[in-house]
Design a protein around this ligand. Structure first.
Ligand code: PLP
Length: 369
């Protein structure tokens, strides 16, 4: 099958730079041989810079959910009480995964479109001293909100000393997340977001406190046993056959990130996000984020105006303009659309989206002003 060129603006998978695509076509190597050892040791060191951690970072062959599942099953036991502040579909899903393994999940439901108030987390932790861990989604891809993880961590770690498990699938590598600086215990992310490579790898950082928790954690685990991953990493290997082609891409992509410098990568995402928000407003549309200070630098959620058929808008953008947007998830289906601007993205890509929207919006019944 041939696929046409598209302006892929879903919040992951993202487009992939040509040199990264070329790197992934390199001849296959033995994943138990010296070439792979050099490769995994090098990319692991580079990943530590992206995670801003001195501690362990492990690479799993799985999508982001694999890393999140690994965080849960390596630190918790069935019956453990877990607090899950959530304001969107991915926050909810993180809790669903913990529940699937028998955790008692206390959900702190926050209105979708709002940011988590660290004060509510404090109150919940005060009310139930038995809570062992807090699960936080740093960037809620379904609503386009980046939660204030630094302040949440000050409560969870600084005031209560609980385990902090973070879903950073759509933030890490794009939005600053100093893992050690914010005392995060287990942080999971995925290759197809900020890393400019296809889906297939996930990355997880593990703090000393998380390793300590693992000693008594009894949730079942096999493929996602982080102790096995750490043991094999010492040999320059992974316990199971890794996605070697994605490792080739990862190496090329990390070289690009390192060359650009992470500060500059973060600034780039901040600038593109602001350009997107301004452009959307100029079209007469409204952002879904209630507080623009918390609007995400990786994905912009836009309200579908009254009288406009949202799914039709997304369909025409796809079919006629070759711009691939994301619709709303769960209860936001038909209420918002989302523009991804993470990983490999330029201002021209967003200009193209805005110009296409200007053409398509009148076709779906929208009149500006
Ligand atoms: N968490 C967040 C915040 C996400 O954006 C996504 C995917 O979009 C996931 C989790 C799930 O990741 P994956 O589909 O790679 O398993």
């Amino acid at each position: 099958m041939n696929f046409p060129r598209q302006n892929l603006r879903t919040p992951g998978p993202t487009p992939i730079p040509d040199d990264v695509v070329a790197a992934m076509g390199s001849p296959m190597i033995d994943h138990r041989g010296p070439e792979f050892r050099d490769l995994i040791l090098r990319v692991t060191q580079q990943l530590k810079q992206v995670f801003m951690t001195r501690h362990d970072v492990l690479i799993l062959t799985a999508s982001g959910t694999g890393a999140l599942e690994a965080a849960i099953v390596n630190s918790l036991s069935p019956g453990d009480k877990v607090l899950m502040p959530t304001a969107g579909a991915f926050g909810d899903r993180f809790g669903d995964a913990a529940e699937a393994y028998g955790a008692q999940v206390q959900r702190l439901n926050i209105e979708w479109g709002q940011a988590i108030d660290p004060g509510l987390v404090r109150r919940a932790l005060r009310q139930d001293p038995e809570i062992k861990a807090v699960l936080v989604t740093h960037n809620e891809t379904s609503t386009g909100i980046t939660h204030d993880l630094e302040s949440i961590s000050q409560v969870v770690k600084g005031e209560f000393g609980k385990l902090l498990l973070v879903d950073a699938v759509s933030s890490l590598g794009c939005i600053p997340l100093p893992v050690d600086g914010w005392s995060c215990d287990l942080v999971g992310t995925a290759s197809q977001k900020g890393f400019m490579i296809p889906p297939g790898l996930s990355f997880i950082s593990v703090s000393p406190a998380a390793w300590e928790a693992r000693k008594s954690a009894t949730m079942p685990r096999f493929y996602f046993d982080l102790a096995a991953a750490r043991q094999y990493l010492e040999l320059g290997q992974t316990p199971w056959t890794p996605n070697v082609a994605a490792f080739f891409g990862l190496s090329a992509a990390l070289d690009k990130l390192m060359e650009q410098g992470m500060e500059s990568v973060f600034d780039h995402h901040a600038q593109i996000a602001e350009f997107t928000r301004n452009g959307v407003r100029e079209l007469g549309l409204e952002l879904f984020a209630q507080d623009e200070k918390r609007a995400s630098n990786t994905v912009t959620a836009v309200k579908i105006p009254q009288g406009v058929d949202g799914p039709r808008l997304v369909r025409i953008m796809h079919d006629d303009e070759h711009v691939v947007l994301a619709g709303g998830q769960g209860k936001l289906s038909g209420k918002i659309f989302r523009i991804g601007h993470l990983g490999y993205v330029s201002q021209e890509d967003i200009e193209e989206v805005l110009e296409a929207l200007q053409r398509v919006l009148p076709q779906v019944g929208f009149r500006h002003g």
